[in-house]
Design a binder for this molecule. Structure first.
Ligand code: SF4
Length: 515
């Protein structure tokens, strides 16, 4: 079992830090498709740089560990109880070493267990089979994309697409709608797994199962092969693009599975996965516990280092007509009102992290620091303390901002905050507050945890650590932290614009395609 535990540790580290070859190829294809000099192209360049940095530093690609989910097939007679113990021990070690963020919280109290263990965490599912080796697959799927999963009960009416009936064409409409409703909030460009049939829980299970298929495999069921191909061809026409910035690459993969259902129910379940598609697998020798083969290693690898040489993000920016503005907080209202949607900002100075727990707290309490003119960063970083007691950010990309919608505008006004950084954009209430108060929303590149960790030059302090590492307020000194203004103080929102135009484009898919 000792060797098996080491194998599981290796699997966790590899999954968290290195994207599989098939995913890399899909990202490389998206880069080719995207128009040079656009915000989407800049976002893709940052993503590529981040993948490269995670490879080199053996650090998490994205700070959001998600809910680690293991799918294991074992020959008859293998001791599953001991395997579970070994996996849990490997998870604890990987968390201690900063390869995973402590991500398991008590649902009622919000208390973080600190080691990624908890009731039902990690998810470990066993199945017996007749082969003589163990097959272990692991997926780390973060909250931003998990929250964009969606389930349809057919027949139903879909925004932009009309009625979706209980047939292949109705399924087609559901999948297109699933891509549309995700917008950039699940860190597009993404991958989707679709489950047709089952009940509400087995349908989702089937959808997630599809995410374990290689990106470039071919569906053995002819109708589904055609549907997968159709979706890949057409979903990118919605123009949502990387991070929802608008653009040519919205979807990187679509895998569809089917199972029986009962006559009364017809579910189409969609599991959305971000570009940081961290899933890996190994074959294990049951006698020794050693890895005998790594999965998802077929085909050509992509040399992202070379790709980066070709397209330097900054160079692309300078060539376009995008304004690049340096910001040093505290910011004045006048400075902020000069910013417009589409501007790129480079921040140097101290910024403060705050996500769900901090926003809830600030509604009823004073802030632990003076936030007047400051910038709040929606981020739950991976942090490690060194032997001298100094904190270091190991992964620090943005988290989904829309969760703070009920609080954000009020908090900006109450404390004089001038900017928030996050990803996926915010809603009408925040947009109104930005206008009244004089504030901006800055979209960082979701999942680019290594890229942003590199911008953090020191950790100057921390407040409210009792909320747990991801939820605490970290004071981060950053240099050249780059983000795009996507909501400004003049009532403009890129997110609103892209959502509106993609809804218009969705309507072109209203007519039946599959009879
Ligand atoms: S890339 Fe985005 S959606 Fe994916 S895990 Fe990271 S923050 Fe979440």
């Amino acid at each position: 079992m000792e060797k098996f535990q080491q194998s599981m540790y290796d699997l966790i580290v590899e999954t968290s830090t290195k994207l599989p070859k098939d995913v890399r190829r899909a990202i490389a294809r998206a880069k080719v498709r995207e128009n040079a000099g656009t915000r989407a192209a800049m976002a893709l360049d940052t993503i590529v740089e981040n993948i490269q940095m995670a490879d080199e530093n053996v650090s998490p690609i994205c700070q959001d560990t998600g809910l680690p989910t293991f799918k294991i097939k074992v020959p008859v007679g293998v001791n599953q109880i001991e395997m579970k113990k070994a996996i849990r021990a490997a998870i604890v070690e990987a968390t201690k070493n900063g390869k995973l963020r402590p991500n398991s919280v008590d649902s009622l109290t919000g208390k973080n267990s600190g080691d990624n263990l908890g009731e039902g965490v990690p998810v470990i599912k066993f199945e017996q089979w007749e082969n003589d080796y163990i097959d272990v697959r692991l997926i780390l799927k973060g909250g931003g994309c998990e929250n964009k999963n969606i389930q349809y009960s057919l027949p139903c009416e879909l925004e932009g697409l009309g009625r979706a009936g209980r047939d292949l064409d109705g399924i087609r409409k559901c999948i297109l709608h699933a891509v549309y409703q995700a917008q950039g909030q699940g860190c597009s460009a993404g991958f989707i797994g679709v489950g047709i049939g089952g009940d509400r829980s087995s349908g989702y299970e089937l959808a997630k199962e599809q995410l374990f298929r290689p990106v470039d495999d071919v569906n053995p069921i002819e109708e589904l092969r055609q549907l997968e191909e159709y979706i890949m061809e057409n979903a990118n026409k919605l123009g949502i693009g990387t991070m929802g910035f608008g653009g040519e690459s919205t979807l990187l993969g679509c895998k569809i599975g089917v199972m029986h259902r009962i006559p009364a129910s017809f579910f189409v379940s969609v599991a959305y996965n971000c570009w940081a598609f961290r899933r890996m697998g190994v074959k294990i020798d049951p006698a020794t516990g050693e890895i005998i083969e790594w999965l998802y290693q077929d085909g050509e690898d992509v040399d992202f280092a070379k790709e980066l040489e070709k397209a330097e993000a900054a160079a692309a920016l300078e060539q376009g007509d995008t304004r690049v503005i340096d910001l040093v907080p505290p910011l004045s209202e006048e400075q902020v009102r000069q910013l417009r949607v589409g501007d790129v900002v480079r921040i140097s100075g101290v910024i403060y992290t705050g996500r769900d727990a901090i926003h809830k707290y600030l509604m009823d309490h004073d802030a632990p620091v003076d936030l007047n003119g400051q910038i709040i960063y929606h981020c739950g970083p991976v942090m490690l303390k060194d032997e001298e007691g100094r904190w270091h950010a190991k992964a620090a990309g943005p988290t989904t901002s829309i969760r703070e919608e009920p609080y954000q505008g009020d908090i900006m006004k109450k404390f004089g905050v001038r900017a928030v950084i996050g990803k996926g954009g915010m809603g009408a209430k925040t947009l109104q507050a930005l206008k009244e108060h004089g504030g901006v929303y800055l979209n960082a590149i979701g999942g680019a945890a290594q890229y942003y960790a590199d911008c953090i030059k020191s950790v100057e302090g921390v407040d409210l650590l009792e909320f747990g590492i991801p939820e605490a307020m970290w004071h981060l000194r950053v240099e050249n932290f780059t983000a795009v203004v996507t909501m400004d103080s003049h009532g403009n929102s890129l997110h609103e614009d892209v959502e509106k135009s993609s809804l218009e484009k969705l309507a072109q898919f209203k007519e039946p395609v599959f009879k």
